[in-house]
Design a protein around this ligand. Structure first.
Ligand code: PMV
Length: 360
């Protein structure tokens, strides 16, 4: 597969005014993507759990137009958001050759997140994937013969051009993005459903997201990715991520939770170590992030629980645990960890199956 496979073909008929709607989830990486090149191509392979409850629902209203150029408006929770326009404009410019109808229509993009906008949870993965799916739904109206597989691949391909990790939000429960010799079908162009065996221990895996800091991030992920160019440990880090993915394969197959914890926690800390050792250096963890990590380690030592943590590019902590331990770990979270969350806020989520079309 190359980019050429996703170029738009001329359409044989026009589409009148209408609307399409998709709901797309967030995802949490187990092996992290941090560092890119070219047009949003990853420097290493990553793998993520698709989430369920944290999602974005987007409705795309379209109407044919004659005026030249792009024409769109974005509403978040019913409110016009002009601040999002530069990001969407950049996205449209990047995907223009892959969707020939983009300049032929006026768009109104209406989007709702299931999680609070100020929660510090990145809405770019769910938001960009939901928009990419809506655009693909339009594309399908022009080309009704496209296969389901192609629909998913191109939606992921487009989402990637909006925000790298968004390409892992189309399907579930585990998605791989980035070419890896041990994962057949993996590619840098789009995310694929993890094609190998997954032990039942990982079914309905729980993710409770502890909202340690609900403010804007001090350093965006775009800047963070850029700092991996000329980073003294970059090549070792990319190699480490690819090795970690390879090590995860037998772990996911056998259900070895100790092995899983070791890789997932090490990945989270390696990601943040890259931030701390870039130039300029920065720290996204907060004192309460470390408090929570230490509490989790203590609890695990004391009880033999298989709970662990991961982090994305921020201070919030994703607490991961098997469904079998749901009750005990949730009690522990409420008793010992919620005190470290800003305004005691947290979100209960679990592994999900991917995006859904919304019929309206
Ligand atoms: O998709 P971006 O450009 O926002 O990068 C996301 C990077 C991490 O969330 C830190 C890791 C990942 O693989 O999701």
């Amino acid at each position: 597969m190359t980019e050429q496979n996703f170029l738009s073909k001329p359409y044989s008929y026009t589409l009148e005014k209408g609307q399409v709607s998709w709901q797309s989830p967030s995802n949490i990486a187990l092996v992290k993507y941090w560092g890119k090149h070219g047009e949003q191509l990853p420097k290493n392979t990553s793998i993520s759990f698709t989430l369920s409850n944290c999602h974005t629902q987007t409705t795309l209203f379209y109407e044919p137009k004659t005026k030249a150029g792009f024409d769109f408006e974005i509403y978040l929770d019913g409110k016009l958001e002009e601040g999002f326009e530069p990001k969407i404009l950049k996205f449209f410019q990047r995907i223009e050759n892959y969707l020939l109808f983009l300049k032929e229509y006026s768009f109104k993009i209406e989007t709702f997140n299931s999680f609070p906008h100020s929660s510090g949870i990145a809405s770019s993965a769910s938001g960009m994937s939901a928009l990419a799916l809506c655009l693909m739904e339009m594309e399908r109206k022009f080309n009704p013969e496209i296969s389901k597989e192609y629909f998913h691949q191109k939606a992921s391909f487009l989402a990637r051009l909006g925000s790298g990790s968004a390409c892992r939000s189309i399907e579930g429960p585990l998605v791989v993005w980035g070419e890896h010799s041990k994962v057949i079908g993996s590619t840098n162009l789009f995310g694929i459903t993890y094609p190998l065996e997954i032990h039942k221990n990982f079914k309905k895996y729980q993710d409770t997201i502890l909202l340690v800091d609900q403010g804007e991030k001090q350093v965006s992920s775009t800047v963070g990715h850029d700092l991996m160019h000329n980073h003294p440990f970059a090549e070792e880090r990319f190699a480490q991520a690819n090795t970690n993915l390879e090590k995860l394969i037998p772990i996911l197959k056998s259900g070895n939770l100790d092995g899983f914890i070791e890789i997932v926690e090490s990945e989270a800390l390696s990601l943040h170590a890259m931030m701390m050792t870039s130039m300029p250096y920065f720290i996204l963890m907060k004192p309460n992030t470390l408090e929570i990590i230490n509490r989790i380690w203590e609890y695990r030592k004391k009880t033999g629980s298989k709970v662990c943590f991961t982090l994305d590019a921020g201070a919030n902590v994703h607490v991961l645990y098997p469904e079998l331990e749901k009750k005990q770990v949730y009690d522990f979270i409420k008793k010992e960890l919620v005190a470290y969350c800003q305004n005691s806020k947290y979100i209960c989520d679990l592994v999900g199956k991917g995006a859904k079309k919304v019929y309206i």
